[in-house]
Structures are given as C-alpha cells and as structure tokens.
Design a binder for this molecule. Structure first.
Ligand SMILES: N[C@@H](CCC[C@H](N)C(=O)O)C(=O)O
Length: 276
C-alpha cells in the first residue's frame, strides 16, 4: 500500500503522522519499525495515527506507536503535533478538541501564538505495589540499577514514568541506566526513565530515556511526570519551565486531583508518500 504521511516534531521528538480517516492505515509492528528506522525508513521516535473516534464525547482518536512498534497509551509532544495536523489538514476548525487515547480523553488547545496547550489529565501514582517504597507521600522508591541504588518517583501520565533527581543532567548516565530502568523487573510493562536537574523552583533540565524509543530530544509526558514528581517532593513551584535538549516546555500543576497542563510548540517538517 502507498500512504501519505507528514513528518512533524515537538522539540525534536519526531513523528510520522498518518491521516487514518481518509486512508486505510493498518500498521504491523514490522512496518512501524521500518517507518521509524533512520537509515532504511523515514526516521522518527513515534508513529501517530489520526482516526475517527470510537466514543461519543471525542472529536478524534489518537493512536501512538513507539519506534519499536509497540502501541502505547500516551504521548505529550505528539498530542501537540496532533492538533497542528488536524488544523493544517482542515479536519477541524475547533481550537480546542477532545481526543480519545488509550489512556482516556485529553484536551489540547491551539493557542493564538501557534503554541499548543494540552490538558494531560490527572497524574496517577501507580503502580502502587512495587518493592522498596521509601516515602509513601512523595511516592518514591529505591531501585537497584546496576551497582547503584537510585531513588525514583513512579507515576503515570497515562503512560508510566520513573523520575530521578540528578546533580547535572548533561553528565547523567542516561544511555547506561536508562535501559536498565526501562527493563527493571519492578516494571513489567517497562517504563520511561526521566533524569531531572532542579535549577530553581520554577526551572528544571530534563533528559528522558523513552520506553521503546531510547533517549529522545524531549518527552512531553516525561516533562509532566518530572514536574509532578518535583512538586510532590516539595522541590518545585506550580508552574515550571522544562529545558530539554530539543527546547523548552512549560508545565503547570496545582497538585492533588488537578489536571496537568503542558504548553509548547508543534512543527511540520515535510509531507511524503511511502510504499509499505
Ligand atoms: N515522546 C512521548 C512519549 C511516547 C511514548 C513513550 N515512549 C512510552 O512508551 O510511554 C511524549 O512526548 O510524551
């Protein structure tokens, strides 16, 4: 089959996006891996499908596949690109849309300045039953990672995250420890591993080893998880600038059962067609 796609990115976290409303798009794991391959395919961290919703209270359905071909629950940078895509393609003229994901409904909004704010929902502190709970209130755990013991905050932004605080993010052992945390036996569904340097109460630097994709230039749900972890640990204010290798996001969270809001850019790089 020959499919049209759009190459997009949110802070360098890059995507191949398909309109699966006007074309029949069914991707196998191998086809996702081929599309994501930076040498033999198009190259991307995730593949995004824009589909008709299957529930009454949503405008679209948004499906996400990691570079390894696994379908996942949520993707924050992708959600911003999703909004830009449906607007650019004339699929809607609503500024605020309701989007069905595997993790429930999210509500992105296209701002007047072209940035996108996404209501990412309420963070959940789960899984609750993993060994070595150290601080129940802050939901932190001790994990043995290689020869070290690392304290991580474990939470879900629809998808799973384990976030640790490091002194200097640029020298953090992301490539070494990231895969060990991703595949740690405490996380049977694997996990995204965040490394956060707290610069001040309203500014962090962040690198994320993503489940199924490796280190990316930015991770939207990772940014939300890091800010929630930092606030829960008493380290951060309620509005935080998150600096990633690909650029900057703003994340807001008022705590408890409040929703997390993430604001940042969404960029189209090129349009293409590929034979699968
Ligand atoms: N890049 C993403 C997250 C994509 C999914 C993640 N790798 C997972 O497996 O949960 C983002 O911007 O949030």
């Amino acid at each position: 089959m020959r499919l049209r796609f759009t190459k997009m990115h949110g802070l360098g976290n890059d995507f191949v996006v398909f309109d699966a409303i006007h074309q029949d798009v069914k991707l196998s794991r191998e086809q996702c891996r081929f599309l994501a391959d930076r040498h033999f395919g198009v190259g991307c961290d995730q593949i995004l499908l824009v589909e008709r919703p299957t529930v009454a209270d949503a405008d679209f359905r948004y499906r996400i596949f990691n570079a390894d071909g696994g379908e996942v629950e949520q993707c924050g940078n992708g959600a911003r690109c999703f909004v830009r895509f449906v607007h650019d393609k004339g699929l809607t003229d609503k500024k605020q849309i309701r989007v069905e994901t595997k993790a429930g409904i999210i509500v992105p909004r296209l701002e007047d300045d072209g940035q996108v704010t996404v209501d990412m929902g309420v963070p959940r502190f789960e899984p609750k039953e993993i060994p070595f709970l150290t601080d129940k209130r802050a939901s932190t755990y001790l994990l043995s990672v290689g020869a070290k013991i690392v304290e991580v905050s474990v939470l879900s932004m629809g998808n799973p995250h384990a976030v640790q605080v490091v002194d200097q993010v640029e020298t953090a052992p992301v490539a070494h420890d990231g895969p060990l945390i991703e595949h740690h036996p405490s996380f049977p569904n694997r996990v995204n591993a965040g490394f956060m340097e707290v610069v001040s109460r309203d500014h962090i630097r962040l690198r994320v080893w993503e489940r199924g994709a490796g280190e990316t230039l930015a991770c939207g749900t990772g940014a939300c998880a890091a800010v929630v972890a930092g606030i829960t640990r008493g380290l951060l204010a309620h509005r935080v600038r998150v600096a990633t290798r690909g650029g900057e996001l703003t994340v807001r969270w008022a705590g408890d059962n409040h929703h997390v809001f993430m604001t940042g850019p969404a960029v189209t790089v090129f349009e293409g067609e590929i034979e699968l």
